[in-house]
Design a protein around this ligand. Structure first.
Ligand SMILES: Nc1ncnc2c1ncn2[C@@H]1O[C@H](COP(=O)(O)OP(=O)(O)OP(=O)(O)O)[C@@H](O)[C@H]1O
Ligand SMILES: [Mg+2]
Length: 242
C-alpha cells in the first residue's frame, strides 16, 4: 500500500536518507529497527511530509499515487498516521472537543458531543484511560506514558489505514507497553490497517508480531527478514547483523 522508492531526504543541506526502498504491505505489520541516528525518524517524518525535510530524489506512493506534493494534513486525510517520538503539548485545547473534531473530519461525520462520547468511551476502555482525562488540555502536564496513550487514543479515533509508530514503547512501563500494543492490535484486527513500528526493543514485538523486520543503517534499509530477525538482533547486536 505504501511504496518507498529510492528515497533521498535531506535536512539543512545534509543528506540523511540515501536511497531507501521499502514496501509496506496492506494489512501487514512491519518493524523498523536500527541504531541511533540511522534515519528511522527521518523516514517517518519524510513519509508524513514534515516541511524541514527535503526529498531530493525518489518517490513515496500510497496505493500507486505519489504523495510527495501533498501537505501533511492531506497525507493524514489520505489515511496515514504518525505517532511522534516526542509528542508536543498544546495548551488550551480541550481533549474531548479536539478528538471529536478530528473524528468528524476524518469520517465526514457530524456527531454530537453526546454521541461521540459513546464511541470514545469504548476506545478509552481499550487503553484503560479514565474518563476524567477528557476534561484536561491536550498533553498539558501529561506524563510521558500518558502522552503516548493520548497518541494511541487519537489513532483509534482516526482509524488510519497506515499507522507509523515512532518508538511508542520507549519510556513506557511494562503494563503500558501491553496496553498500547493491545490498542494497535485492536486497530490492526478491526480494520486491517498496515503498521510500521519503529522500535529498539523486541519486547513490543512480542505483543504485535511483525510479518517483516527491516534494519536501517546509514540512511538505507540494510537488511529485511521475518520476526526472528528482531530476536537475532537482541542476542547478537548490530555489528553482527548488518
Ligand atoms: N534537524 C536536524 N538537523 C541536522 N541533522 C538532523 C536533524 N534531524 C535529524 N538529523 C540527523 O539525521 C540523522 C538521523 O536522525 P534520525 O532522528 O532520523 O535517527 P533515528 O534512527 O530516528 O535515531 P534514534 O534511534 O536515536 O531515534 C542523525 O544523524 C541526526 O543528527
Ligand atoms: Mg528516532
Amino acid at each position: 500500500m505504501l511504496a518507498i522508492k529510492n528515497l533521498h531526504s535531506s535536512i539543512g543541506g545534509s543528506e540523511i536518507l540515501k536511497g531507501v526502498n521499502l514496501d509496506v504491505l496492506e494489512g501487514k505489520v512491519h518493524a523498523l529497527m536500527g541504531q541511533n541516528g540511522s534515519g528511522k525518524s527521518t523516514l517517518a517524518q519524510t513519509i508524513m511530509g514534515h516541511p524541514s525535510f527535503e526529498v531530493t530524489a525518489g518517490d513515496i506512493e500510497l496505493n500507486g499515487t505519489s504523495i510527495l506534493d501533498m501537505e501533511p494534513t492531506e497525507r493524514a486525510r489520505a489515511g496515514i498516521f504518525l505517532s511522534f517520538q516526542y509528542p508536543s503539548e498544546v495548551g488550551g485545547v480541550n481533549i474531548a472537543s479536539y478528538l471529536r473534531l478530528i473524528y468528524n473530519k476524518s469520517h465526514d461525520a457530524h456527531l454530537s458531543p453526546v454521541k461521540f462520547r459513546e464511541i470514545l468511551k469504548e476506545k478509552m476502555e481499550i487503553l484503560r484511560m479514565k474518563e476524567d482525562f477528557l476534561s484536561r488540555y491536550l498533553n498539558d502536564g501529561f506524563s510521558g506514558g500518558e502522552k503516548k496513550r493520548m497518541e494511541m487514543l487519537q489513532m483509534l479515533v482516526l482509524e488510519p489505514k497506515l499507522v507509523i509508530l515512532d518508538e511508542v514503547d520507549s519510556g513506557l512501563d511494562i503494563d503500558a507497553v501491553k496496553i498500547v500494543s493491545a490498542a494497535v492490535q485492536h486497530l490492526h484486527e478491526a480494520t486491517r490497517a498496515s503498521i510500521l513500528i519503529i522500535t529498539h526493543y523486541s519486547r513490543i514485538l512480542k505483543y504485535i508480531e511483525p510479518d517483516f523486520v527491516h534494519i536501517m543503517k546509514d540512511g538505507l534499509i540494510a537488511k529485511t527478514g521475518g520476526a526472528e530477525l528482531a530476536n537475532e538482533l537482541e542476542e547478537k547486536g548490530y555489528a553482527h547483523i548488518a
